[in-house]
Design a binder for this molecule. Structure first.
Ligand code: NAD
Length: 355
C-alpha cells in the first residue's frame, strides 16, 4: 500500500508512521506542516528507511497535496493533521478553524480529484481515513453511560467543534461525491513522544523539575485513556478492513479522574526517581482554576471495533503509564529542547475571560 499520512510528525502520527514503515510492503509518505507540535525527532527510527518520505506542506495547499498523491500513487490517506490542544483552542481558535476545518476541506478536495483519476483496483481499494476524537460527542454525566457511534454530536470547545465540523465534511464527501471514507473517534491517548503540554507528560516533567503539578478544578473530570500504540493498531486495522462510510469508536476502557492520573504518576515516580529529601511527589499537586467549558466525563464504547474487526488494547492503563514514565526518564534528548524552547510547563487555556 502507498499510504499518505497527514500530521505524521505529531504524537499519534509519528507512532503511526513508525508502525507502518516497519512493514517493507508499505510506502509511507508523511505530510506535515511542522507547527509547534510537529517534531521530526520523533521519526528518527524511520527517517532513513527507503519506504518512508517526509514532505513539509500544509494540508490546505490542495495543488501540492494533489500532485503528491499522483506522484506517489497513493491508495490510502490517513488524516491526522490538526491543531489538537483544547487549551490552545480556547486561547486562540483561528488556527483550529484554518487547519481542522478548512484544511480538511482542501485535503478532501485533493483526495477526491486524485481518486477520480484512479482506475481498476487502485480506485476500488482507495480509502480516506479520518482520525477524530471522542470530544465531538460532548459531555457525559458521572455515571456508567458510554459514547457509541450513534451518539449525537454536541461539541463543547473550539477544538471539539472544529473536529466535529471536519467529521461532517468527511461524511458529506462520502455521501455526496462517493469518496470512500472511514472515520474513527478515539479517547485520550498517552505514551512516548507526547508533546509536554498535555496532562501526562506535563505532570511527569514538571515533577522531575520540582515544579507545581497543576490540576484543573477539583481534578474530578474523567477521561478514558488509551496507550498510543493501541490506537495506531486500531487505525491500521480500520484502514485495512473497515467498511466504507462507517465510523469506529476507539477507547481504552480505562476511565480515570485527572487527579487519579496525576497521583498515579506521582506514585510511579516516587519508586523510580525519588525526590531529593524523600518527600512524595504528590506534595507538588496544585489545584488551579478550571478550564472554561470543561466537559465532565468522556467514555467510549469500542465494541463495534472489537466485534467487527477483532481489535483489543494490549496495554492496561497501569502498564502503559509505567512504560510512558520510563520513556520520559530515558529520553531527555527528546523533551529537553522542547521544555527549554517553546514550552516551559505552564497550563494554557486560562485566557477565555480576557477574550
Ligand atoms: P499533535 O498536535 O501531536 O500533532 C498534530 C500534527 O499536525 C503536528 O505534527 C502538526 O505539525 C501537524 N499539523 C498541524 N497543522 C497542520 C497543517 N495545516 N498541515 C499539515 N500538518 C499540520 O496531535 P496528536 O495528538 O498526534 O493528534 C493527531 C490527531 O488525532 C488529531 O487529528 C487529533 O484530533 C486526533 N486525536 C488525538 C487524540 C489525543 O489524545 N491526542 C485523541 C483522539 C483523536
Amino acid at each position: 500500500m502507498n499510504i499518505l499520512v497527514t500530521g505524521g510528525a505529531g504524537f499519534i502520527g509519528s507512532a503511526l508512521c513508525r508502525h507502518l514503515a516497519a512493514d517493507p510492503h508499505h510506502r509511507v509518505v508523511n505530510v506535515d506542516k511542522l507547527t509547534y507540535a510537529g517534531n521530526l525527532a520523533s521519526l528518527h527510527a524511520v527517517a532513513n528507511r527507503p519506504n518512508y518520505r517526509f514532505v513539509r506542506a500544509d494540508i490546505a495547499d490542495k495543488p501540492i497535496l494533489h500532485d503528491l498523491m499522483r506522484e506517489e500513487k497513493i491508495t490510502r490517506i490517513i488524516h491526522l493533521a490538526a491543531e489538537s490542544h483544547v487549551d490552545r483552542s480556547i486561547d486562540g481558535p483561528s488556527a483550529f478553524m484554518e487547519t481542522n476545518v478548512l484544511g480538511t476541506f482542501q485535503l478532501l478536495e485533493a483526495a477526491l480529484a486524485h481518486w477520480r483519476g484512479l482506475s481498476g483496483p487502485d480506485a476500488a481499494g482507495f480509502r480516506f481515513h479520518h482520525v477524530s476524537t471522542d470530544e465531538v460527542f460532548g459531555d457525559l454525566p458521572f455515571d456508567t453511560s458510554l459514547f457509541t457511534e450513534d451518539t449525537p454530536y454536541a461539541p463543547s470547545s473550539p477544538y471539539s467543534a472544529s473536529k466535529a465540523a471536519s467529521d461532517h465534511l468527511v461524511r458529506a464527501w462520502h455521501h455526496t461525491y462517493g469518496l470512500p471514507v472511514t472515520l474513527s473517534n478515539c479517547s485520550n491517548n498517552y505514551g512516548p513522544f507526547h508533546f509536554p503540554e498535555k496532562l501526562i507528560p506535563l505532570t511527569i516533567l514538571n515533577a522531575l523539575d520540582e515544579m507545581p503539578l497543576p490540576v484543573y478544578g477539583k481534578g474530578d473530570n474523567v477521561r478514558d485513556w488509551l496507550f498510543v500504540d493501541d490506537h495506531v493498531r486500531a487505525l491500521a486495522l480500520v484502514v485495512e478492513k473497515g467498511d466504507t462510510g462507517r465510523s469506529y469508536n476507539i477507547g481504552g476502557n480505562a476511565e480515570r479522574t485527572n487527579l487519579a492520573v496525576v497521583e498515579t504518576i506521582c506514585e510511579i515516580l516516587d519508586r523510580k526517581a525519588p525526590r531529593r529529601g524523600g518527600a512524595p511527589y504528590r506534595d507538588l499537586i496544585t489545584f488551579v482554576a478550571d478550564r472554561p467549558g470543561h466537559d465532565r466525563r468522556y467514555a467510549m464504547d469500542a465494541s463495534r471495533l472489537e466485534r467487527e474487526l477483532g481489535w483489543r488494547p494490549q496495554e492496561s492503563f497501569e502498564t502503559g503509564l509505567a512504560r510512558t514514565v520510563d520513556w520520559y526518564l530515558e529520553n531527555q534528548w527528546w523533551w529537553e529542547p522542547i521544555r527549554a524552547g517553546t514550552y516551559a510547563g505552564e497550563r494554557l487555556g486560562q485566557m477565555a475571560s480576557a477574550r
